[in-house]
Every structure is written in structure tokens, then in C-alpha cells.
Design a protein around this ligand. Structure first.
Ligand code: PXG
Length: 286
């Protein structure tokens, strides 16, 4: 395995960063999880745009152009002879001292890892619970920033683990259901597809945006509206989306069974469409 680290390709054993890196000391940095399907890096431009937006938002100047960053991803796949892969692209604040002041960090650390990976939660329906850990309000730490601070999601995941279910759903500070630990949530009710809006404590998922587009192409009405627990419990279909998980039906939430644990028609259609387009939208490895 070859890993891109600060301009060079190194072995897994050599791919080490300093204990003074603020990515490690403070979770100070940003990242993207990206997938390649059959030699096409799915929605790569959109992932790079989101990475640079996350970085801009936290005043982190990335010392590469977006075009150079695209080459980092493509070259990491080439070095590893991978056509289908999960890619982790990370930019940290870099090496500083033991104070949190980012001005002490002179050079961001950039690395890129690519590995083969099956859909994270499998292809079947999953069980989920809502947890007591709340998603951070947009004026505390905006979940739109894909930062290295994932403790909020990890604490939610720990509750799901204790309950022996696959995923945790988080509520916002008002009690609306906003997202999973690493995925967005969709409800189907009476043929209408609903998902929480962009400004409601969510990461605006790239899979989410593609699913909304595919649904509209299919003539399905899409509404970006706040969701309550009641909306989830009484859903005709429920599914989550994310780069790692792809599109995964939810068969049970807080003990309420959804659609008799069957994959719903709209979920099925969107999954098929997603499989069709995922090798068509993105940047080809040349
Ligand atoms: N919400 C959050 C909080 C996420 O972390 C998504 C939604 C979906 O976004 P995309 O753009 O991937 O459709 C994510 C995805 C994991 C994992 O292990 C997931 C993510 C990052 C790292 C790991 O499931 N992000």
C-alpha cells in the first residue's frame, strides 16, 4: 500500500505524522471520504469543493490548488492500482506547539489513503435508534464543516453499539431528527421523499444531493423539510445515504418496524439508478 503524505508516496509503515500535529492534538483539520467505481472517482470535483469550503470556514489555507488536489487523489489510486476504492483525503492544521493557537502551525499536513472497501453497512436493511447525544447547533460548530472533530458522532455510535443496533440517529437542539453518525436520512411518505434541509445541523452529503437529483429525474416529489421522530416511526420507507454506506434501507428505528422489513419501491428504484450513474459522474483515472 502506498500512501500520499506531504508530496510523496510512502509505505504504510512510513506514513507517520508528528505527535505535535494539531490534527491529532485538537482535531484541527478537515477531510473527505470519497469512492471510486470502476476507474471513475465519483463526484470528485464536488468532494474537493466541499474540502476547500470546510478549510476556508476554519481559516485553513490549503497549499495546493484544487487541480493539484484532484491529481493527489487520482495518483494515489494509480500508485495502488485501484479502480474501486474508498479514499480518505485529510488536511490538518499541521505541526505546532502544545498551545491551540493555529498561527503556530506553519504547514498543513496533507495525506491521502485509498483502500478497497465494500459498502460499510452491508446491502441489507439496518436497525437504528435515536440517541441522547444531540447534533451540534450551527452556531456552536456547524456540522456543514467536515472537520476532524468526530467525537459527537462517535459518542452517538457508542450508544448504538450498546443498544446492539447498526446506526444512531441524532436530533438537533430542537428535537428534530437531523442525520446519522456518518450519513443523511430520507423518509418516504405517500410517495413523497423528505430529508432535512441544508441549514438544519447536517453535513450536506454528496450522496444526499445525488439522491435528491435522481429522485427528481424519476418524477418523485422531494421536500427538504425538518423531520420529527413521528415522521420516522410512520414512514412508508426509510433509508440513509453516505459515501461509505451508499444507500441503505432502515428496517427498524427505536423498535418501530418500517415497511415490514422490506426494501421499499422508491428505495429500490433510487438504489438502481445510483448504481447506473456512479461510474458516469466523476473524474476518470487516466
Ligand atoms: N453526515 C455526516 C455527519 C457524515 O460524516 C454524511 C452525512 C454523508 O455525506 P456524503 O458526502 O458521504 O454523502 C457523512 C459522511 C463512515 C464515515 O465511516 C462517513 C463520513 C466520513 C467518515 C466516515 O461512515 N462522512
Amino acid at each position: 500500500m502506498k500512501i500520499y503524505l506531504n508530496g510523496k508516496f510512502v509505505s504504510k509503515e512510513e506514513a507517520k505524522i508528528s505527535v505535535f500535529d494539531h490534527g491529532l492534538l485538537y482535531g484541527d483539520g478537515v477531510f473527505e471520504g470519497i469512492r471510486a467505481y470502476d476507474g471513475v472517482v465519483f463526484m470528485l470535483k464536488e468532494h474537493i469543493d466541499r474540502l476547500y469550503d470546510s478549510a476556508k470556514s476554519i481559516c485553513l489555507d490549503i497549499p495546493l490548488t484544487k487541480e493539484e488536489m484532484i491529481d493527489v487523489v487520482i495518483n494515489t489510486l494509480k500508485e495502488n492500482n485501484l479502480k474501486d476504492a474508498y479514499i480518505r483525503l485529510v488536511v490538518t492544521r499541521g505541526v505546532g506547539d502544545l498551545g491551540l493557537d493555529p498561527r503556530k502551525c506553519k504547514e498543513p499536513t496533507i495525506f491521502c489513503i485509498a483502500v478497497p472497501m465494500e459498502p460499510l453497512l452491508g446491502e441489507d436493511g439496518i436497525r437504528a435508534i435515536t440517541v441522547s447525544v444531540r447534533r451540534l447547533p450551527v452556531d456552536v460548530l456547524n456540522p456543514a464543516v467536515k472537520s476532524l472533530n468526530y467525537l459527537n458522532s462517535i459518542l452517538a455510535k457508542i450508544q448504538a453499539n450498546y443498544a446492539n443496533v447498526d446506526e444512531a440517529f441524532l436530533l438537533d437542539d430542537k428535537g428534530f431528527v437531523v442525520e446519522g453518525t456518518g450519513d443523511n436520512i430520507f423518509v418516504v411518505k405517500n410517495g413523497v421523499l423528505k430529508t432535512p434541509p441544508e441549514y438544519q445541523s447536517i453535513l450536506k452529503g454528496i450522496t444526499r444531493d445525488v439522491v435528491i437529483e435522481l429522485a427528481k429525474e424519476e418524477g418523485i416529489e422531494v421536500r427538504e423539510v425538518p423531520l420529527t421522530l413521528h415522521d420516522l416511526y410512520t414512514a412508508d420507507e426509510l433509508f440513509i445515504t453516505g459515501t461509505a454506506a451508499e444507500i441503505v434501507p432502515v428496517f427498524e428505528v427505536d423498535g418501530r418496524v418500517i415497511n415490514n422489513k422490506k426494501v421499499g419501491e422508491i428505495t429500490k428504484k433510487l438504489r438502481e439508478k445510483f448504481k447506473e450513474i456512479r461510474t458516469k459522474r466523476g473524474i476518470k483515472i487516466q
